[in-house]
Design a protein around this ligand. Structure first.
Ligand code: SF4
Length: 357
């Protein structure tokens, strides 16, 4: 079958529970949508048909592309590798500043879209010479069951599995991804309580930290992104709230990417002030002792590069998400002082020009 002719043809989700004759609850993300018969969930990927939740977005992909892992951004995970990156349709958040609104604000359409089988996706990654896979662009957990099937196959073929997510899944969903072979992830923390309440609909940012902590405890590599948005999460109290939770819950060695926002979609405040970003970079490093802090979307290699947390020597130089210089020993130590540098997976040579020094 390459297409669903009706919702009942789509796979049944095991991440749902029947609460009564009237309602079924989806347990994939912490929205925990209550669905009446015939009703779709907030993300548009799941529908209740006669008491069963069918995943109508299963395998309906919106994009497939090989991309450098640094662009996710994942800077400490399989450096310089490429991941076959894929996405589906819809999202469980509707952020007004979404850069991928053309995917996130569309819902799967079973009449027009075809199923991309998991085995075909894994085969394509191998054919391209990618080291792994990454589910990204929109919120990947909206098609959790597809990820589980893809990740299991990819693991068997020696590929790594990663996701870029808003981190709002249930613990049960995260565990399923881990058990299927999830190796690394990037979670986007949108800000403090006020950001979540005002812009995303009374949701709880602590869920994201809870899940990031759980992933670390399971042995999954974690990096965090904080897109600093003018008047949405850029005031001092909010910034300190995020940095404090990062250190207290995740620790100093989890990389933090502070990214610049640009006006897009329905949000038109001016781009993030560069001075504010640079100040936050220093506060994160010097006041909160976060070992690996980066500024993204500003095109300045000084803030995209990795420095030894002990002797501060530059070790990995990146420009525009390309690795230009890699000077970490084979056992992930600083060649100058011997300090441990937190890197997961192998550095992949010969995928971008390397500057010798
Ligand atoms: S995954 Fe979709 S249907 Fe399920 S709880 Fe989240 S938004 Fe609702």
């Amino acid at each position: 079958m390459d297409r669903y002719s009706k919702f009942e043809d789509a796979p049944v989700s095991s991440f749902s529970i029947k609460l009564s004759d009237k309602y079924v609850m989806c347990r994939v993300c912490e929205r925990r949508c209550l669905l009446k018969n015939g009703e779709k969930g907030y993300c548009g990927n799941r529908v209740n048909v006669n008491g069963k939740v069918h995943v109508i977005g299963y395998g309906l992909l919106s994009a497939i592309e090989s991309r450098p892992i640094e662009i996710k951004p994942l800077f400490h995970f399989w450096p310089n590798s490429t991941a076959l990156t894929f996405s589906n349709w819809g999202c469980n958040f509707h952020c007004p500043w979404c850069q991928n609104y053309h995917l996130s604000f569309q819902v799967p359409d079973i009449r027009r879209q075809k199923i991309y089988p998991p085995a075909k996706l894994v085969k394509l990654a191998l054919k391209n010479g990618d080291e792994g896979l990454c589910a990204s662009f929109n919120e990947p957990t909206t098609q959790l069951e597809y990820l589980v099937d893809v990740f299991k196959l990819a693991k068997k073929e020696g590929l790594y599995n990663s996701i870029v997510s808003n981190g709002y899944m249930t613990s049960e969903a995260l565990k399923a991804l881990y058990e299927a072979g999830l190796d690394g992830l990037n979670f986007d923390i949108k800000g403090c309580f006020e950001t979540y309440n005002r812009f995303i609909g009374a949701l709880d940012p602590m869920v994201v930290f809870r899940n990031a902590r759980m992933a670390l405890d399971l042995g999954v590599h974690v990096e965090m992104v904080y897109l600093m948005i003018t008047k949405a999460n850029d005031w001092e109290e909010c910034v300190h709230w995020v940095l404090k939770r990062h250190v207290e819950i995740l620790g100093e060695n989890v990389p933090l990417h502070i990214n610049r926002y640009y006006p897009v979609w329905k949000y038109h405040e001016p781009s993030t002030d560069i001075g504010k970003l640079v100040k936050t970079y220093h506060v994160a490093k010097e006041e909160y002792n976060i070992a690996y802090v980066y500024l993204g979307n500003i095109g300045d290699w000084r803030y995209e590069s990795t420095y030894c947390p002990k002797c501060n020597k530059p070790l990995i130089m990146r420009v525009g998400y390309r690795v230009l210089k890699y000077n970490v020993t084979g056992d992930n130590r600083c060649p100058y002082c011997g300090a441990k540098i937190h890197i997961v997976g192998k550095y992949v040579e010969n995928k971008s020009p390397i500057m010798l020094f």
